[in-house]
Design a protein around this ligand. Structure first.
Ligand code: 5GP
Ligand code: ZN
Length: 109
């Protein structure tokens, strides 16, 4: 998608700080972190959000690899995906936020 921000990041047209990459998934640091660690995981194939996703395994396998590598496993972390208006989605290329490294608040906690 020519006018998609995350497709531009994938093409290297917009710089990003890479965390992880395989043939189907790319992960990078969020530009406006909402936790000590805030990474975004995106499928290399463009889709608007998880309404377009059928294979969740590939991206969650990638998330789990990074979780293990950064030792988030026991202290814990949060994975979030925002969908459309009520979900507060702002970038319309499927992405999962991985938040970790400190006590997370929200969700009534
Ligand atoms: P959403 O609100 O759609 O769930 O999440 C979009 C995320 O993309 C936000 O957390 C925002 O900070 C991040 N973001 C927006 N533009 C850029 C950018 O140019 N580079 C990076 N690394 N993150 C971005
Ligand atoms: Zn895209």
């Amino acid at each position: 998608m020519d006018d998609c921000l995350f497709c531009k990041i994938l093409k290297g047209e917009i710089p990003s700080e890479k965390i992880y990459e395989d043939d189907k998934v790319y992960a990078f640091k969020d530009i406006a972190p909402m936790a000590k660690y805030h990474f975004l995981f995106i499928p290399k194939e463009h889709g608007q959000n998880i309404n377009d996703v059928s294979d969740f395994n590939t991206i969650f396998e990638a998330i789990k690899k990074v979780v293990a590598e950064y030792n988030f496993t026991d202290d814990g972390y949060r994975v979030v995906t925002n969908v459309n208006k009520f979900g507060g989605q702002t970038v319309f290329h499927t992405h999962f936020h991985l938040l970790a490294g400190e006590q997370l608040t929200g969700f009534g906690r």
